[in-house]
Design a protein around this ligand. Structure first.
Ligand code: ACM
Length: 633
């Protein structure tokens, strides 16, 4: 008995020290979004000239995806795996019998030193497996030019993977600022790295109509351009008399077809949005008779007027439905998506209340208020869309006054709209602003370009799209939404999108049970090296100090400080000097301002090196923040 226990003790010590050894090894697998299951094995597959890519399927889409894959590999490595006839193989197979565990978008991947085998039920599943193979290669696989002298290894492992949600989207507003079709394609390429499958294209708003409608050419001739303004959004001077509108642009139908095909080749569905009845100033500028005031306005460049411009279509005007029918006829033909998004958000209804034709219509239809009038409008649009074989989706305001019979709701003012719709058995796409709006500050506003609100990386990561008590089947999935009022360039778009959309990809793809913030951060830091290699302008705001003030009496404040990234140190001063390693190190306790001190300066360090931006914050600012609601600062 004694000898037996010694034997166990020896085994225990041996395995414990092996584990310690393993802990000292650098992490080899950093997949994002985290797969359903990963089993690491010893050894690795080296991608060299002896590798052959082998497709055991005649599937056309998949052949196209393999072309993309071998092209990407060749660009960075110089190795053409599509031509080689070597001994090591990357084999891609489509199942002839459905593998029910992995479903429509899942895949299984086995990597051993001699062979990579990827199997899936569909070409989309295989594409996501290819994305995983790319992620397993060193960061320089993302480089735009060939990288000589590198060894391209993939760790041996087995992966089983499939998404939690079927709707995994990102929204881009191309109205507030126009992005070219090449930029949109680049955006789609970035999305699919994280297994997103839906691109919500916000094509119209007060600031520009961006899609050619052949039967209504004036919409883009006039509605696609505004006067150019630069600076802080919302403060701009309105258009001057006779000032030329030259800023903006639009997509021709040929452009749209090209982008739709590009997205399809990457298994991305494009959800087009035509935002009505509010947010319609570009259409109303083109056709002034479509609003209640019937005034001639200008396409808005980012100014505010008082009283506000009448940017809502008049629901009592039959011409509105005639024009929208033309618009939706062409939109329905261009986009294969089963859905068309009709907006429905933030419609200002003050002018409807004063419009005698609206009052007449309300009396005739028995509509008790302007909310029901909007509901009447949306229900008519649903019929128009149905006549073109499309389903309606809209922002959660479409619930007001009664939801259209078959509508799907995109919940943005929080989760409540989604909950209300799901309780009525309507499908929901969850996009609550405080977790998924990518136009918000992502770190301390003092260290960020101007915008509003607050949604940190960790807020996005910790977001759970299925509210308690709601049937998960009704939650189709979710999105990250980028409004571009304060996003005038593609570089800044990247900054706002990444890395929050990387966190969201994990919310929408990975099993809920795998949520683990420190583990995500460790994988994300590896992903940063890949974004660097790809020259993507991601935000590093998650390294900055988080100030947590608590109001003390009328004119005082105490604070604690924290970091989103685990394991950082904070150094700070109250004497208006720049803190470094020689300044006091924050110990996690509550801090009070010393008598006379009016600001605290703080910076994060890791391993003796500064890593975040230094932030200097005034006591008054902390007092103001201590009184604000969550997600304001
Ligand atoms: C929205 O943010 N107005 C949908």
């Amino acid at each position: 008995m004694r000898r037996f226990s010694h034997y166990f003790l020896l085994i225990f010590i041996f395995t414990a020290s092996l584990q310690q050894l393993k802990a000292a090894e650098p992490r080899r697998v950093h997949l994002i979004p985290e797969p359903v299951s990963v089993t690491e094995q010893s050894g690795e597959f080296t991608l060299d000239k002896s590798v052959t890519l082998e497709l055991k399927s005649k599937n056309k889409e998949l052949q196209q995806s393999l072309k993309w894959f071998s092209g990407k590999v060749q660009r960075a490595t110089g190795i053409d795996i599509s031509k080689s006839s070597g001994t090591k193989r990357i084999s891609i197979l489509l199942n002839t019998e459905v593998d029910t565990e992995i479903g429509k978008e899942g895949y299984r991947l086995k990597v051993s030193p001699q062979q990579i085998t990827l199997t899936a039920n569909t070409a989309a599943g295989a594409f996501y497996g290819l994305q995983t193979i790319i992620q397993l290669l060193p960061s320089d696989i993302e480089a735009k030019q060939q990288k000589a002298g590198l060894v391209w290894t993939i760790p041996a492992l087995e992966v089983t993977d499939y998404p939690r949600f079927g709707w995994r989207g990102l929204m881009l507003d191309v109205s507030r600022h126009f992005f070219t079709k090449e930029e949109v394609k680049a955006f789609i390429d970035e999305m699919v790295k994280y297994k997103y499958n839906t691109f919500h294209w916000h094509l119209t708003d007060d600031q520009g109509w961006r899609i050619e409608i052949k039967s209504l050419p004036e919409l883009t001739k006039k509605g696609a351009y505004s006067v150019k303004r630069t600076g802080r959004w919302g403060t701009f001077l309105p258009a001057l008399a006779n000032e030329e509108s030259t800023y903006g642009g639009f997509y021709t139908q040929e452009d749209i077809k090209e982008v739709v095909k590009y997205a399809q080749d990457r298994y991305v569905t494009i959800l087009p949005e035509i935002d009505v009845p509010g947010h319609s100033l570009a259409m109303i500028t083109t056709y002034p008779s479509l609003s209640s005031t019937r005034k001639q306005y200008s396409v808005n460049s980012g100014w505010r007027t008082d009283p506000q411009d009448d940017n809502a279509l008049d629901p009592s005007n039959e011409e509105v439905y005639k024009k929208l029918d033309k618009v939706f006829t062409e939109v329905a033909k261009l986009f294969p998506s089963p859905y068309i998004h009709v907006g429905g958000d933030e419609a200002y209804k003050g002018y409807w209340e004063k419009n005698p034709d609206c009052q007449k219509l309300m009396a005739k239809e028995g509509l008790k208020d302007v909310e029901e009038l909007q509901s009447y409008f949306i229900k008519r649009l649903e019929k128009i869309l149905q006549s073109k074989g499309k389903k309606l989706i809209g922002w959660d305001e479409i619930l007001q006054g009664g939801l259209a019979p078959e509508a799907t709701v995109m919940s943005w003012r929080g989760m409540n709209g989604g909950i209300e719709a799901a309780k009525m058995n309507h499908p929901v796409v969850m996009t609550p602003w405080d977790y998924v709006y990518l136009d918000l500050y992502q770190g301390d506003p003092l260290a960020e370009p101007d915008t509003y609100g607050l949604c940190r990386l960790s807020d996005s990561y910790n977001y759970e799209p299925v509210p308690e008590g709601i049937d998960e089947k009704l939650i189709l999935g979710g999105q990250g939404n980028l409004w571009t009022e304060s996003v005038p360039t593609y570089r800044h778009m990247e900054y706002m999108i990444w890395p929050r959309s990387i966190a969201l990809s994990e919310v929408y793809w990975s099993p809920k049970s795998k949520k683990n913030w420190p583990d995500f951060m460790s994988r994300l830091e590896n992903e940063f090296t890949r974004l660097d290699a790809a020259d993507i302008n991601y935000s590093k705001s998650c390294y900055n100090v988080v100030f947590k003030p608590t109001k003390q009496g009328r004119n005082d404040v105490s604070l604690t400080m924290a970091t989103e990234v685990p394991g950082l140190e904070i150094y700070y001063t109250f004497d208006n000097t720049n803190p470094d390693l020689h300044a006091p190190k924050y110990d996690g306790k509550v801090l009070n301002f010393p008598m006379g001190a009016s600001q605290i300066n703080a910076v994060t360090y890791r391993n003796g090196k500064p890593i975040g931006k230094q932030i200097n914050i005034k006591k008054e600012e902390l007092i103001k923040r201590s009184e604000a609601a969550r997600h304001v600062y």
